[in-house]
Design a protein around this ligand. Structure first.
Ligand code: AN7
Length: 410
C-alpha cells in the first residue's frame, strides 16, 4: 500500500486521510508509493504502449484503481533540442522541456489532474488554493472539469493578466488579498484546517507533487531512458524541484535509469531564500518579508517546500543561483528569438541561471542539460510587449509599407 509520511519524523498517515501537516511535529508530508506494485507494472511494460502523459503513469500515482480521473490531457510536453541557444551560450547538448504546452499553459496541470482527482475521490466539493497565478488558473480549470466549487486567493494587483483571466473564466471565486502570496497562503492553510470540507490544493498537498513527478519520468523516456547530467528549474514555493527529483529518484530505484541529474534551482534575486541558503551551505532558509521580482510567478518569500528543495539539491550534488530581473527579461527575449519558444519571465529564469552558471565556470560545456520552462509566454503579454520594439503604424498604402520595410518601390 502507498501511504503519506512526514519528511521529518516519518510518522505515517493513510492515503485517504486528509492531513496537510504532520500531527506530531508539524512538518510537511510526502507520498511513499507502493514500489512492489510498480515493479510489476514496469516488468510487463504495458504502460509504455500509451502516449507520453501524466496518466501513462497511473500505476505510479496514489489513486485507487476504480477512480475516474479528472483530465484535460496533461503532460507529454516537448523536449526540444536547442542547438541555436546552446551555441549562443557555448553549450553542446542543451534541451528545453517546455511545460507551457500543458492544457492551461503551465506545469501545474500535472499536479492538478492528480490533486483534483484525489479531491473528488475523497468526496470534496470545494477546493481552494493561494497562488501567484498559474496554480489558480490550473485549479480553476480542473475544478470546472470536475464540476466542483473553486476558490482562489491571489495577491492584489501582482499577478499576470492571462492567469487572472483563466481563473475568472473558469468560474472560480477570485479573492484578491491586499497582501502578498505568502500571506494569502497562510489564510488558505488556516481556512482548510478550520473548515474541513474545503480541500487544499497548494503544493503542500503531496498528491500534487505526485502528478508533477511525471515531469522527471518523461524527460528520462524522451532521452531514451537516460537522465540528463543536469536539470535546471525555476524555484518559487519549491514544489516542482522536489517533485522532479522524486520522479528521477523513483526511476533510478526502479532501475529505469542508471544515474541521477544534478538538480539546479534558480530564483530571482529579490525572492531567493532557497538559493541563498544553498549558496551559503546552510540547511535553513531565512524567509524574505517583501519579495520582489518582475517574474511574479516566483515572487515568494517563504517557500513551503524549502526542506525538500534543499534535500534535492544536496542529494544530487546540484546547486542554486540567483538572477536579476534584467537577466530574466533579456533571456526571455533571446529564447523566443533563437528557438521560437515563448515563455513567461519566471520560466526564463532557468535559462538566465544557466547562462550565469556557464559564465562562472560551474557548468561544463559538454554537459547534457535540460532546462524546464514552466509557463507559457501568453500568460503575461504585458511584460513581453513592454520589452519589444513597438509595431510601426503605416498608412494603408503600398508605398508606405515598402518605405517602412526599407525596400524601393518599383
Ligand atoms: C511559471 O501559481 O506558486 O517552485 O501559485 O508559475 O513549484 O512553486 C507558481 C509557481 C515556476 C515555481 N514557474 O514553481 C503559483 C505558483 C512558474 C510558476 C514556478 C511557478 P514552484
Amino acid at each position: 500500500m502507498s501511504y503519506q509520511e512526514c519528511i521529518n519524523c516519518h510518522e505515517k498517515y493513510g492515503i485517504d486521510e486528509i492531513v496537510y501537516f504532520c500531527k506530531k511535529c508539524g512538518d510537511i508530508l510526502e507520498i511513499k508509493i507502493n514500489m512492489e506494485k510498480i515493479v510489476e507494472t514496469v516488468k510487463n511494460k504495458n504502460y509504455m504502449k500509451t502516449t507520453l502523459s501524466v496518466w501513462r503513469y497511473r500505476e505510479f500515482m496514489p489513486i485507487h484503481e476504480t477512480t475516474n480521473v479528472v483530465t484535460l490531457n496533461e503532460g507529454g510536453t516537448g523536449l526540444h533540442r536547442s542547438e541555436r541557444l546552446g551555441e549562443a551560450l557555448g553549450l553542446t547538448d542543451l534541451w528545453i522541456k517546455n511545460e507551457g504546452e500543458n492544457p492551461t499553459g503551465s506545469f501545474k496541470d500535472r499536479g492538478m489532474t492528480v490533486g483534483v482527482t484525489k479531491a473528488v475521490e475523497l468526496g470534496a466539493r470545494h477546493v481552494i488554493c493561494a497562488s501567484t497565478g498559474n496554480t489558480s488558473a490550473s485549479l480553476a480549470a480542473y475544478a470546472a472539469r470536475a464540476g466542483i466549487r473553486c476558490t482562489v486567493l491571489i495577491p492584489s494587483g501582482k499577478i499576470a493578466y492571462g492567469k487572472l483571466s483563466q481563473a475568472m473564466i473558469h468560474g472560480a471565486k477570485v479573492l484578491q488579498v491586499r497582501g502578498n502570496f505568502d500571506e494569502s497562503l497562510e489564510f488558505v492553510l488556516k481556512l482548510a484546517e478550520k473548515h474541513r470540507s474545503i480541500y487544499l490544493l497548494n503544493s503542500i498537498n503531496p498528491f500534487r507533487i505526485e502528478g508533477q513527478k511525471s515531469l522527471g519520468y518523461e524527460i528520462c523516456e524522451q532521452l531514451e531512458h537516460n537522465a540528463p547530467d543536469r536539470l535546471i528549474v525555476p524555484v518559487g514555493n519549491a514544489g516542482n524541484i522536489s517533485a522532479i527529483w522524486k520522479g528521477f529518484s523513483e526511476f533510478y530505484k526502479l532501475g529505469l535509469i542508471t544515474k541521477l541529474p544534478k538538480m539546479t534551482g534558480i530564483q530571482a534575486v529579490g525572492s531567493a531564500p532557497i538559493a541563498k541558503a544553498i549558496k551559503s551551505h546552510s540547511n535553513k532558509i531565512v524567509p524574505v518579508a517583501e519579495p520582489e521580482t518582475v517574474a511574479t510567478a516566483i515572487r515568494i518569500g517563504a517557500p513551503v517546500s524549502w526542506k525538500k528543495a534543499i534535500n534535492a539539491v544536496n542529494e544530487s550534488h546540484g546547486t542554486a543561483e540567483t538572477v536579476t530581473d534584467e537577466e530574466i527579461l533579456d533571456t526571455q527575449k533571446l529564447l523566443a528569438q533563437v528557438e521560437g519558444i515563448f515563455v513567461e519571465p519566471a520560466s526564463a529564469s532557468s535559462i538566465a541561471g544557466l547562462k550565469k552558471l556557464v559564465r562562472n565556470g560551474v557548468i561544463n560545456k559538454n554537459e547534457r542539460i535540460v532546462c524546464v520552462t514552466t509557463g507559457h509566454g501568453l500568460k503575461d503579454p504585458d511584460t513581453a510587449v513592454k520589452m519589444c520594439e513597438k509595431p510601426i503604424e503605416v498608412d494603408a498604402e503600398m508605398s508606405a509599407i515598402e518605405n517602412a520595410l526599407g525596400i524601393k518601390s518599383k
